[in-house]
Design a protein around this ligand. Structure first.
Ligand SMILES: C[S@@+](CC[C@H](N)C(=O)[O-])C[C@H]1O[C@@H](n2cnc3c(N)ncnc32)[C@H](O)[C@@H]1O
Length: 396
């Protein structure tokens, strides 16, 4: 069955927004001679002003949206990150730059918790591409941390120089990726063309030399001497995420960068068995694989290649501070003690938090697929979140 036959249809006004966006994508394809790279399509689907998924007004995060992120699940997540940030504030300026702050929930949790710890940052800067989300973030923070609102500001562009702590939760997975198909030792770039019956379809064309070389390099590290698996192999290259990490890392003059997201080290990312890649679409809590369904109304994501992320950060001169599963990171930041300390007078609320903790930690949920990775400049390599175990060696 096709996804559109089983997923709930969008309301009429949303369908209209999607049609407008589809018309723009069709124009872009026409202007480019009939084909655009998937990264261009993904960029438009997510960020086209007024129409893209993150640029338009639909509700994305939380129970009535399309997916739930860790801070939306429980304040315990933000409390754990706050403990980690407070530690870094001992050796770096007490300032946070958060990228892609979503609903603003993580910022609210961090500011609340840091204030409780007596470590409220002097500045909390948010870099958010979506004007609509900025508005929501401001509203939430005005309600939750009114006394600290004066310290929060929204930046239009990447700061040139950063001192303090950089945070990004589930931001790298939202950056456009290029797709490839490896077939009989040839590299094709998988892009987007107009489909004969309307809508869009994947269309492959031979990758240019630079792209083919990048793909070969990435997969050969995972495939080793065994060479290419039999049949077609389709996956992604997260060039924009790598470029973003390199740029932010270069601008981090002093402090730490903590990124949380779902993904793997390269050997797992391009494992011969993962021959369909990691591209996923989220629509009303259903996951499916058709990025052309209702453009602009669904999230489109790809997992993160943490080896590439690590090389980009180290290449920009940062030192590694840790890499581990989200579960281990949160446990090391004291998640269970924090859960244990929650008031139990409201049994229902306590049970909700216990269930959320289980989702954050369970290997079957977010505990193992999601990772935490940290880098720093001029800060000690003693992050509490990586105190008991650290898998950074697998990223080499
Ligand atoms: C999946 S949401 C995560 C939201 C939030 N961090 C959370 O955990 O709930 C991805 C977010 O990343 C933002 N984003 C993507 N690329 C970005 C970039 N280059 N700079 C800043 N934000 C970006 C999107 O606008 C969106 O708000």
């Amino acid at each position: 069955m096709r996804p559109d036959e089983i997923l709930p249809a969008p309301p009429a006004h949303a369908a209209q927004v999607s049609r407008e966006l589809a018309a723009r994508v069709a124009d872009a394809i026409g202007q480019a001679g009939g084909w655009i790279g998937f990264d261009r399509y993904m960029d438009m689907a997510l960020y086209e002003p007024r129409l893209g998924y993150y640029a338009a007004g639909s509700r994305k995060f939380g129970a009535d949206g399309d997916f739930v992120t860790a801070p939306e699940l429980s304040p315990l997540f933000g409390q754990c990150l706050a403990a980690q940030c407070a530690h870094w504030f001992d050796s770096a300026p007490a300032s946070i730059v958060e990228f892609g702050a979503g609903s603003g929930e993580m910022a609210a949790q961090l500011l609340e918790s840091l204030e409780t710890l007596g470590a409220a940052p002097q500045r909390y800067e948010i870099v958010e591409l979506s004007a609509e989300l900025r508005g929501r973030q401001r509203e939430l923070l005005a309600r939750r941390v009114p006394a600290l609102l004066g310290r929060v500001s929204w930046l239009d562009a990447l700061p040139l120089r950063i001192e303090g702590v950089v945070l990004a939760n589930e931001v790298l997975d939202a950056m456009p990726v290029r797709l490839f198909r490896f077939s009989e030792d040839r590299v094709f770039e998988r892009g987007v063309a107009r489909a004969p019956g309307g809508g869009f379809a994947f269309a492959d064309r031979p990758g240019d030399d630079a792209f083919a070389a990048r793909v070969r390099q990435a997969v050969s590290e995972a495939w080793g001497a065994a060479g290419a698996p039999a049949g077609d192999y389709v996956s992604e290259i997260g060039e924009q995420a790598e470029g973003w990490v390199a740029t932010v890392a270069a601008r981090l003059a002093r402090g730490a960068m903590l990124l949380l997201d779902y993904g793997f080290p390269r050997a797992e990312y391009y494992h011969p068995d993962r021959s369909g890649g990691t591209l996923q679409c989220h629509y009303r809590h259903r996951v499916h694989g058709d990025p052309f369904l209702w453009p602009g109304l669904q999230d489109v994501t790809a997992h993160v290649d943490f080896t590439a992320v690590s090389r980009a950060a180290l290449g920009a001169g940062l030192a590694p501070l840790g890499y581990n599963s989200q579960a281990r990171f949160l446990l090391d930041c004291g998640l269970l003690d924090r859960l244990g300390a929650l008031p139990r007078d409201d049994a229902r609320e306590w049970a909700r938090q216990a269930r959320a903790a289980q989702m954050l930690l369970s290997e079957a949920e977010m505990g193992e697929l999601f990772k935490a990775i940290a880098f720093g400049r001029d800060v000690p390599d003693d992050a509490p979140g990586f105190a008991t175990r650290d898998r950074r060696a697998v990223l080499q």
